[in-house]
Design a protein around this ligand. Sequence first.
Ligand code: MG
Length: 231
Amino acid sequence: MKYTHIFFDLDHTLWDFDKNSEETMKDGFEQLKLEEFLGVDFDTFHPIYKDVNQVYWKRFREGHVSREDLRWKRMQATFLKFKKFDESLVMQLSDLYLEILPTKKHLFAHAKEVLDYCQGKNYEMHLITNGFEGIQKRKLANTNLTEYFGEMISSERAMKSKPHAEIFNMAMDLTSATADKSIMIGDHFDVDIVGAQNVGMDQVYFNPKRREHEGNATHEIACLSELFEIL
Ligand SMILES: [Mg+2]
């Protein structure tokens, strides 16, 4: 076998973040009666939140925003798009979001089958994630994924986020992996793929929406079931 170690990203790769996040925001939106406060319905609110959230995650990855600030500033910035401000509601929505999100259970199609297949072939499987440590652990537990993985190397634990080489090197150190026998599977080209390339590790770019991009990954797939051919 070409590889001994498989490093998975979690959000948007195994765990269907978009579907889970939208359900969570909808729960929070309804519980806090935000339709009344903001004067818009959820279908208007949510795309705006998604755009704002992406901007804040980028700022977080670049080190301009702390993870504590990311949590509520993305909510506040979304409210301000509708020219509304209420600190208490912002904080309540931020807290509710973090509380409810990890309880959601949508995975991408074939995620479990692929993990079973890889486990059957005795690959060592670990996670490298830019998400928050405690939240990622709850997601794994609630979707029954915990047992598949040895280590979870979060950006919180490594004190560096992907694509920085430090987090990949820490992952390899902790799991006694070598770059030439490892492969990284992730959905974010500039984070997962470029990061693995930085340390000389092969990569699978999971690109279900077939986004156009520059650069090449070792493999590119649109469905997790394509991993049966690669691994
Ligand atoms: Mg991801």
